[in-house]
Design a protein around this ligand. Structure first.
Ligand code: KG4
Ligand code: ZN
Length: 342
């Protein structure tokens, strides 16, 4: 079954063709970082305009790279939430028009569920039940996953998402926009034990997370308490690297320990991680170190399936369609706060 996936929930215009839920025939992602960079965050109006400008080129390039024409498609899949409403509507309207024109079904996919599916796409036969962890710029959520489509939310961030904290810390360290990956790079040069940042919610019961306190601790470390540090006692490059390393360690220790605690409590032998931050190699290393002696295996997506893409959307749609073909139709609507936990 050939599925075209479309993703426009935030600031990436993406399209992909995936065969039978797993085999990626093409995956195109048009990023908008250069547009939003000068504003230090996504400007919804600008995101929508760019989606409109590039969406047909992105979709047709995906078809071309897959070596197929529109008429070979069996199903169209589109992210219909959560996300920016204007941005979601552009992808949805485009998807509807192709589905209508070709007379084939259209299915809506939840953005976070698609991130969870990323790791299942990269690894065959992940044992269930599993613990699912999505760590992205917009979400930090822990799930119990009984099968594809059956989840219970265990906890989520009470304030900032972990990716958002990475991007804010990057900006405090003077790194360019969407600096999450640059914090990882800088951290490699630092001493991860030099600065002990707080591990928020680690000792608390339950599975929620909090990242705004950690971000503030980094702010005080850089600017001095009460922002007393002046230009002349500017922070050294070595100290910046230690801050990046210490921040990363604190941010990840909570994720890793809580996910493993959830796995032990709920008798799961596997943890599935997804979302942009799951690209981080230190996170992967910390999970492997902590899980190895506990008989738990941790599954990550291939790098290109971590950050926003449409291959995970088309892949997940295969399973959703198999389960409920009746649910696919042109009445689909976009919902900026779409829920998927039953
Ligand atoms: O999943 P994603 O592409 O978009 C959302 O759904 O939010 O995640 C983007 C987030 C950004 O905050 C970005 O800085 C972060 O993932 N990110 C990373 C790394 N690569 C991307 N954070 C830490 N280390 C990385 N290597
Ligand atoms: Zn995402």
């Amino acid at each position: 079954m050939l599925i075209l996936g479309i993703e426009t929930s935030c600031d990436e215009t993406a399209a992909a063709v995936v065969e039978n839920g797993r085999s990626v025939r093409s995956s195109i992602v048009a990023s908008q970082d250069e547009i939003h960079g000068p504003y230090g965050g996504v400007v919804p109006e600008l995101a929508c305009r760019r989606h409109l400008e590039v969406i047909d080129g992105v979709v047709y390039t995906a078809l071309e790279k897959a070596g197929i024409s529109k008429s070979d498609l069996d199903l169209i899949a589109v992210v219909n939430g959560p996300g920016l409403i204007g941005a979601l509507l552009i992808g949805l309207s485009f998807a509807k028009s192709i589905a209508y024109g070709l007379g084939i079904p259209l299915i809506g996919v939840h953005h976070i569920e698609a991130h969870l599916y990323g790791a299942l796409m990269s690894h065959e036969d992940v044992p269930m039940p599993a613990i699912g962890l999505v760590v992205s710029g917009g979400h930090t959520v822990l799930f119990q996953m009984r099968s594809i489509g059956e989840y219970t939310c265990l906890g989520s961030t009470v304030d900032d998402a972990v990716g958002e904290a990475f991007d804010k810390v990057a900006s405090l360290l003077g790194l360019p926009y969407l600096g999450g990956p640059l914090v990882e790079k800088l951290a490699r040069k630092g001493d991860r034990h030099a600065i002990e940042f707080p591990r928020a919610m680690l000792k608390k019961k339950g599975f929620d997370f909090s990242y705004s306190g950690l971000k503030t601790a980094v702010l005080y470390r850089i600017k001095g308490y009460g922002k007393r540090r002046t230009d002349k006692d500017k922070i050294s490059e070595n100290e910046k690297a230690d801050i990046a390393a210490g921040f990363q360690e604190a941010a990840f220790e909570v994720l890793v320990k809580k996910a493993i605690k959830a796995a032990r409590k709920l008798d799961a032998n596997s943890i599935v991680v997804g979302g942009g931050v799951s690209r981080n190699l230190r996170l992967r290393e910390m999970f492997d170190e902590e899980a190895a002696d506990k008989g738990i295996r941790v599954y990550f997506p291939d790098p290109e399936l971590c950050t926003d893409n449409a291959a995970m959307v088309a892949g997940l749609a295969y399973h959703k369609f198999e389960r409920s073909p009746a649910g696919a139709g042109l009445s689909l609507t976009a919902d900026p706060n779409l829920e998927f936990i039953a």
